[in-house]
Design a protein around this ligand. Structure first.
Ligand SMILES: Cc1cc2nc3c(=O)[nH]c(=O)nc-3n(C[C@H](O)[C@H](O)[C@H](O)COP(=O)(O)OP(=O)(O)OC[C@H]3O[C@@H](n4cnc5c(N)ncnc54)[C@H](O)[C@@H]3O)c2cc1C
Length: 362
């Protein structure tokens, strides 16, 4: 086929992205009798998207899906400072358990991964490593392979190496999209409906700056698959979609050394040290409320002029207590994986070790 020839596809529903979002939409539509194709830009059979790398805990704002919808909705409002869209909040709160039960019906297995209510539904077998990544044959990998097999059985398919680039519109209606394959071949999809589930814009430094997430994205270690370049958002905005609330992200606090050490992401977390300790910038001053949450602090760190410049200060009681709280806690896994922990008998000795300005009042 000449390189310029356009490959043409036709289906009822065309889905962009073969992560959990895209595969769930595709499978439920195929089971309802629609002809469905999923277009995935990556070429590997086990493409490493966020849904494959996930820790696999199905929680909402670090709490249980078994709670009544109104409790869950209140929790979402609190966790998002009231900025969440009310209709979306209610949809998530009302449908989360139903969605989980649907996944179970598709053969996805869950187990309890800890004593807390939010750890009740964790993909089995779990992926949670103490440090580094460990996803093959478990958790999200198994989930995506199960969903793809079910989609095939329902008559749908995943086309790999197909990147969506532009929505096709007719009379203000979306009638498909155009893109390019990994081999540089243009393609066009003629569809009654398109679902965009491309995983976001975390890999696009300009978008991260434009939405106020970080002035220095290169100094923020992201604990994700680096597959979302924001194509879906751009495609939707090009045909008139509006966007709100893109200035915050879900993330956790990592060791600064994770910028150079692959064993230090996505685990262990420093969230529990942060919540119980003090976080200071290079001037030795606090800049955010540590007690709020690790996710809140991850956002505050990313917004610093130099996101990798902060330190968390804690004592031995924190290191031996909250520092050991989880299976992938900082103590002992951060140092085992090569992360830096400075130790000193006084605050001023610690300041000297860590390169902070002099601190008085030992
Ligand atoms: C290390 C880690 C741990 C996590 N732990 C948890 C957890 O315990 N609990 C929890 O609830 N969440 C967790 N998450 C978050 C959760 O995994 C994600 O929110 C979820 O998997 C996102 O699914 P998705 O389908 O939206 O996106 P993705 O899984 O990222 O899938 C999007 C797909 O779209 C493809 N794509 C992108 N652009 C295009 C394009 N232009 N054309 C075609 N295809 C495209 C990408 O290649 C990708 O395959 C974790 C995430 C990570 C990285």
């Amino acid at each position: 086929m000449p390189a310029s020839a356009v490959i043409r596809y036709r289906c009822d529903l065309a889905v962009v992205g073969a992560g959990l979002g895209g595969m769930t939409a595709a499978l439920s539509a195929a089971q309802a009798g629609l002809s469905v194709r999923v277009f995935e830009k990556l070429g590997d059979a086990r493409h490493l998207c966020n849904s494959r790398l996930t820790g696999g805990i199905f929680h909402i704002a670090l709490d249980s899906l078994l709670d009544p919808p109104e409790t869950i909705a209140a929790r979402i409002r609190a966790a998002t400072d009231g900025t969440a869209e009310p209709a979306l909040t209610d949809a998530v709160a009302g449908d989360a358990l139903r969605a989980l039960r649907w996944l179970q019906q598709q053969g996805i297995r869950f187990m309890r991964s800890g004593r807390d209510p939010w750890q009740q539904f964790t993909l089995a077998p779990p992926s949670l490593p103490q440090f580094g990544r460990r996803w093959q044959g478990r958790s999200g990998d198994l989930m995506l392979r199960t969903l793809e097999a079910r989609l095939g059985a329902a008559g749908g398919s995943v086309l790999r190496g197909h990147r969506a680039e532009q929505l096709l519109m007719r009379d203000e209606r979306c009638v498909g999209f155009a893109g390019t394959t990994l081999h540089g071949q243009p393609f066009a999809v003629d569809a009654h409906a398109v679902v965009i589930a491309d995983g976001g814009f975390q890999t696009n430094p300009l978008a991260l700056q434009a939405h106020g997430i970080s002035p220095e994205p290169a100094q923020v270690k992201q604990r994700n698959a680096q597959t979302g370049y924001g194509d879906g958002l751009r495609m939707a905005q090009q045909v008139g979609a509006a966007a709100t609330g893109l200035s915050a992200f879900y993330g956790h606090v990592l060791s600064r050394d994770s910028l150079h050490n692959e064993l230090l992401w996505p685990f262990p977390w420093a969230d529990d040290l942060v919540r119980s300790g003090l976080v200071v910038g290079p001037d030795g001053r606090r800049f955010a409320d540590e007690g709020h949450s690790g996710v809140y602090m991850a956002n505050a760190l990313a917004r610093l002029p130099d996101p990798a410049s902060a330190l968390v200060i804690f004592d031995d009681a924190v290191w031996q207590g909250p520092g050991k709280l989880r299976a992938m806690s900082a103590n002992p896994f951060m140092e085992r994986a090569g992360g830096t922990v400075h130790r000193a008998p006084t605050l001023s000795a610690l300041a000297a070790l860590a390169g902070l300005p002099h601190v008085s009042g030992d």
